[in-house]
Design a binder for this molecule. Structure first.
Ligand code: NDP
Length: 392
């Protein structure tokens, strides 16, 4: 029986994870659940899953959570804040941690799970982008296993040899990340100037949380994934390419020296990646329909329109600069996306905020967590200043 701490349980990845878990009650048990502010949803999940620990990330809501659990007659222990998340990630109640918090808020619990040697199922790509080297060091220290949940990295993982060490030793030439192109594929810059948050969140193939949906619309999601692939697979930026594949059936590919390209295919449903990572090295039912290639009929591929969607190049630039540049990129993106979602910033200004932030904050070599958190904060403040100036 694998005991699972699910951090970000009330979100889209959280729901997909619980769907897979409930299909395999004999294999998995939920031992911890977390949410940010959604107390009612968290208590409802606790009623169903009866975990040992429930964490509400907003410390002001700890009393409300405790009262909710009490009135539901549960003996689940209520905890809160960053410390509660860390405890849920590293405690002995869990063998496996699903890191499904959105944004930099997931960083410290992800690092804690890695240091504690848990089986780490990682959806929270922002923590890799912010602190990829620290995460690698934490994994080395803990000796646990990281299994990527991002469908692209999960696909790459599946296409690499199991006894993998160095990519070059395995004969890998390139990692090819596929991108759907998002809801605005084919649109012009003048059309993009007018798009609304609801339009940006209406992804053609995937149902996801609002932040990653906007990232998909700007193509920053692919930029974050390039940086994620660099850290997860120890791949040089030059060996990571992006190809647009509008159907989202090929989830990514690995090209080998002999010209072979291995791809992982499946319906666009996160439960496949989650089931793969939960059960690895075995395979289990994910509840996902069989892929009907005859019905799909055609798989298309095209290059990225980098003139219209500039965020991907900004991510490559940040990766090339190294040091704190990816942290700055991530922080500026989170602030700009939040402002866009609150109607405080037009869609096209998201990339402008990130670009200006990267120009104004030179990359520094920082190797410890306090230093990175400081860089994150500095970048957020700068981004907020830029957003305010754009609103004037
Ligand atoms: P959602 O917005 O649907 O869910 C986010 C979860 O994180 C919720 O449980 C939310 O709690 C919690 N949360 C939000 N803010 C905080 C905070 N400050 N502190 C602690 N917890 C917080 O996001 P997704 O499930 O879409 O995405 C989660 C992660 O997975 C992201 O990093 C995303 O990039 C990645 N990912 C998602 C995919 C998808 O298909 N959705 C695909 C690949 C990767 P509450 O409900 O209380 O707000």
């Amino acid at each position: 029986m694998m005991r699972i701490a699910l951090l970000g349980a009330t979100g889209s990845i959280g729901a997909s994870t619980l769907d897979v878990v409930q299909r395999h009650a004999e294999r998995f048990r939920i031992s911890a659940l977390s949410a940010h502010r959604n107390v009612d949803a968290l208590v409802a999940l606790c009623r169903q899953w009866r975990p040992e620990i429930a964490v509400i990330a907003d410390p002001a809501l700890e009393g409300e959570l405790a009262a909710g659990l009490r009135s539901a007659g549960l003996d689940t222990r209520a905890t809160a804040g960053a410390q509660g998340l860390i405890e849920a990630a590293e405690g002995s109640h869990a063998d496996c941690v699903v890191a499904a918090i959105v944004g930099s808020a997931g960083l410290e619990s992800t690092l804690a799970a890695a240091r504690a040697g848990k089986r780490l199922l990682l959806a929270n790509k922002e923590s890799v982008v912010m602190a990829g080297s620290l995460l690698r060091a934490a994994l080395d220290q803990g000796g646990g296993l990281l299994l990527p949940l991002d469908s692209e990295h999960n696909a790459v993982f599946q296409c690499l040899p199991r006894e993998r060490r160095d990519l070059a030793d395995c004969g890998v030439r390139r990692i090819l990340l596929t991108a759907s192109g998002g809801p605005f594929r084919g649109r012009s810059r003048s059309e993009l100037a007018k798009v609304t948050p609801d339009m940006a969140c209406a992804h053609p193939n995937w149902r996801m949380g609002r932040k990653i949906s906007v990232d998909s619309a700007t193509l920053m999601n692919k930029g974050l994934e390039v940086i994620e692939a660099h850290f997860l697979f120890d791949a040089a930026a030059a060996a990571i390419d992006v190809v647009v594949h509008p159907q989202s059936i090929v989830h990514s590919m690995v090209e080998y020296e002999d010209g072979s390209v291995l791809a992982q295919l499946g319906n666009p449903d996160m439960r496949t990646a989650i089931a793969y990572a939960l059960a690895w090295p075995q395979r289990i039912d994910a509840g996902v329909a069989a892929l009907d290639l005859v019905r799909i009929a055609r798989l298309g591929f095209e290059g990225v329109d980098r003139e219209t969607f500039r965020c991907l190049d900004l991510a490559y630039q940040a990766l090339a600069s190294g040091g704190t540049a990816p942290t700055t990129l991530n922080a500026a993106n989170e602030e700009a996306v939040a402002a866009f979602l609150e109607d405080r910033l037009p869609f096209l200004a998201i990339e402008a905020v990130i670009e200006t932030c990267l120009e104004r904050l030179p990359s520094a070599s920082v190797t410890d967590l306090p230093g990175l958190l400081d860089s994150d904060l500095t970048a957020r403040r700068e981004a907020q200043r830029i957003i305010a100036s754009l609103a004037e």
